[in-house]
Each structure stands twice: as C-alpha cells, then as structure tokens.
Ligand binder design. Structure first.
Ligand code: HEM
Length: 409
C-alpha cells in the first residue's frame, strides 16, 4: 500500500492520485506507521477513504471511540492520556454531549453574528494597502492575520497576543516542520504536543480565566467561565482544557483553509471571474473551496469492538483513521469530484468532520472565508501565482507558511 502517513508525502500538497487509487482498490487498507524523527514506530492503522465510510466511522462512537486512544493518529504518551481524555475532542457520549453543550452555546448564531462586522472590517483594512501593491505574501499579510485576529477577538484577548497563539499552534500541530521544532536551538526534535511542553499556554489560560471572572466582557472566554453544567461552573482544569482546544483547533485550521481556498480560485481563473461577477455565489463558493482544498487531512478513532467496514475486518483496539480529502473526492458522493465548480450543490463535504464531533465553530470559519474570498474578489480583477507556495510539513493539516501572489486591480 502507498504511504499516506509520512509528512514528506504531503510536501507538495495532497496526493490525490494516490488517494483515488486506494479509494478505488482498497478503500479500507492497513497502513504501516514507520518511525519518524519526531515519533517512534507505531502499531499501524486502518486508512478510511470513502465518503460513506468516513461518515459512518465519524457518526458511530459506540463502535469507533474518540476517547480510547484520543483523536490524533500518533499514539499519545500514556502518561498524557488522562489529560487528553478530559478534552471535548477526545470524549465519547454521554460525557461528550454534556461538554459539547457548554461550548456550542458560546458559538450560538447570535454570538457569531456579533463577530461578523469585526471580521468584515478587519479584512477590509488588511486589503486596502494591498490594492496599492503588485504582489504580496498573502499568508503573512492577509490570511494568518485574519485567522489570528479573529481568534483573539472572539476570545477577548489583546490583539498583540496573537503571536502567542501562532506559536502554540505551531508547536502542537507544526512539530514535524523544522521551522517550528528545535525552537530552543538545541537541535533536539521534540514532540511538543504534550501538556508538559505547553506550560506557558496553561498559565496564560489560568490568568485569563481569573481576569474574566472578575471583569466580564462580551467574548467567548467570559461566556465559558460563567457557563454552568449540572449546576456548577467549569473547574480550572476543564477551562484550561477548553482553552487549549480553542487556541489550537481554531487556529491552524482557518490558517490552512484561507490560503487553500485562494489557491483553488487562483488555479481556476474562470471560477474566480464568476465569483467576482456574481458575489451572491459566495455561499456555495466557500463550500466548494472547503471540499476541494480541505484544511484538515485526517482524524483518528479506535475500534471498541471487533467490527467490519466495507467488508474488511477491523479488530477491537485497532486505530481507524478517516481521510477527509479522499472522501471529498469520492465519485460515489460527488459528480466529477476533481472539478472545481463554485456553483456545486448536492452532497456535503466532510471537511468539518461529521457526527457528534462535527466542528462546533464551522459558522465562525465560514464567516472568515466569506469575508476573505468576497473581499479579495471584489478588490482584485485577478490574482496569480508569483512563486511556489511554502507549505508546512505536516500529515495533519494542509498549512501554508508563505504564498507570494500577484495582484491585478
Ligand atoms: C476551516 C476551518 C476549520 C476546519 C476545517 C475545522 C475542522 C474540524 C474537524 C474536522 C473537527 C472534527 C474532529 C473529529 O471528528 O475528531 C473539528 C472539531 C472542532 N473544531 Fe474545528 N475546524 C475549523 C475551524 C475551527 C475554529 C475557528 C474553531 C474555534 C475557534 C474550531 C473549534 C473546534 C472544536 C472545539 C472542535 C471539537 C468539537 C467536538 O469534539 O465536539 N474549529 N473541527
């Protein structure tokens, strides 16, 4: 079976031809997990490539648990498991339902609507000086700024602190990439996802909760520290855990989605021109960008019992990994799946996951995408490649570090 595990496989983007071959020939296949500089050899995992199988695994926690081994492909350090299991992402029902209610209230449509104007204004401010320019690095000058400023705004923390969020997410998600590892200059390659490597983030969360308990604001942190579940508020540990999840899950994802969407439009000038001519297509355009260039590559579950999927036997305790980009190009679910069409309707992509863990902040991510894609297509008659993209080395997100583009007003 081809390798879909090593980060190097993703160095030039998603290997869609390999995914297609696997989806057609062995849609549930056993994958080796060789040692990497950042991790020892693992036991291997099942790679799930079909849209319907990805949906089934994601919506069936009674068989495929998020809790048993967490949701990251790589097995966590056993010492970290209790901590990871107290994070929403790594919970199963009924515990998951209780915690999910707390956070989904903070992402209510009314709360998201309140952030819409901020995001729109911020995008407009970032785009204005670019209209005087011929080229820009759209990642550092636009998309990272939008993602990080939105995150700090909705969390109600100072704008300057976005540099901390950039660093935390790079440590947790970008640890395969040498730009974000070896941060202490010792050449030591460390898996920095462990809570022991994130003491500064946990301390920041502790101080922030303390501040917002005494000085409530109009932000998600205030909503969280004042939320109640079963007649009690969140403990410090529960809050810090939510903070960790928001700081990371709401960061690299959008930072990957926005350049990915712009690259898709840039590679299809007819679709760019169509969106510019008919801005009312923004809703389907955002969904097509998410389908065609999904920011998250995979998430993991662990089989709780012996089971079968697409006729393949899966043993209790096996790792099962769903590949969203493969599902999003499944011809069983989408007509001409390799064609990028911003008017596409029909089956839904799985870029936000599916089932009980489906992204709780999808509306916030979509709002950012609407403003960026709408703003760029309004401001520029066309955009073009002005250099190869500099990608984050990762098998988990399709992150981008730099992307030079040429701008035509
Ligand atoms: C385009 C951007 C985004 C993408 C593609 C994305 C993708 C995902 C996916 C695939 C999951 C499901 C994980 C699973 O099934 O194991 C998820 C869950 C989650 N996302 Fe997002 N996400 C995005 C933006 C955000 C943002 C902006 C935030 C917060 C500010 C956020 C917070 C969360 C949280 C808290 C969960 C856990 C939900 C649960 O376990 O019930 N995401 N996201």
């Amino acid at each position: 079976m081809p390798d879909v595990y090593s980060p190097q496989v993703y160095a030039d983007g998603i290997p869609y031809d390999v995914y297609a071959e696997m989806r057609d020939e062995e849609p549930v296949s056993w994958q080796e997990e060789p040692a990497l500089p950042t991790s020892p050899e693992g036991p291997g995992f099942w790679a799930i490539m079909r849209h319907r199988d990805v949906q089934f695994v994601s919506r069936t926690p009674a068989i495929f648990s998020a809790r048993l081994g967490g949701t990251q492909l790589r097995d966590p350090d056993p010492a970290d498991l209790p901590y990871l299991r107290s994070m929403l992402l790594n919970m199963d029902p009924p515990e998951h339902n209780r915690y999910r209610k707390i956070i989904s209230r903070t992402f209510s449509p009314a709360n998201i609507a309140a952030f819409d104007a901020f995001i729109g204004d911020h995008v407009a401010k970032l785009l204005a000086p670019l209209r005087e320019r011929d080229t820009c690095d759209v990642v550092t000058e636009l998309t990272d700024e939008v993602a990080l400023s939105t995150l700090t705004h909705v969390l109600g923390v100072p704008h300057e602190d976005r540099k901390f969020f950039f660093d935390w997410a790079n440590r947790v998600i970008g640890y395969h990439d040498e730009d974000y590892n070896d941060l202490d200059g010792t050449d030591a390659v460390v898996d920095r996802r462990s809570p022991s490597e994130l003491a500064d983030m946990i301390e920041y969360a502790r101080k922030l909760a303390d501040y917002r308990r005494r000085n409530p604001g109009d932000d998600l942190i205030t909503a969280l520290v004042h939320s109640e579940s079963d007649g009690r508020s969140l403990t410090d540990a529960e809050f810090q855990n939510f903070f960790f999840l928001l700081a990371v899950a709401g960061n690299d994802t959008t930072r990957s989605a926005l350049p990915g969407a712009l690259m898709s439009l840039m590679a299809h000038p007819d679709q760019y021109a169509l969106l510019r001519a008919q801005p009312e297509l923004i809703g389907t355009a955002v969904e097509e960008c998410l389908r065609y260039a999904p920011p998250v590559i995979h998430f993991r579950r662990t089989a709780k019992v012996d089971t079968a999927l697409s006729g393949v036997q899966i043993g209790s305790g096996d790792k099962v990994v769903v590949f969203y980009p493969a599902a999003n190009r499944d011809p069983e679910a989408f007509d001409e799946p390799d064609t990028f069409t911003i008017t596409r309707t029909g089956a839904a992509h799985v870029s936000f996951g599916y089932g009980p863990h489906v992204c709780v902040a999808a509306a916030l991510a979509r709002t950012q995408m609407r403003h960026v894609l709408g703003g760029v297509t309004r401001a520029f008659s066309s955009i073009h490649d002005a250099g190869p993209p500099e990608r984050l080395l990762s098998n988990f997100v399709t992150g981008m570090k730099h992307l030079e583009i040429a701008l035509r007003v």
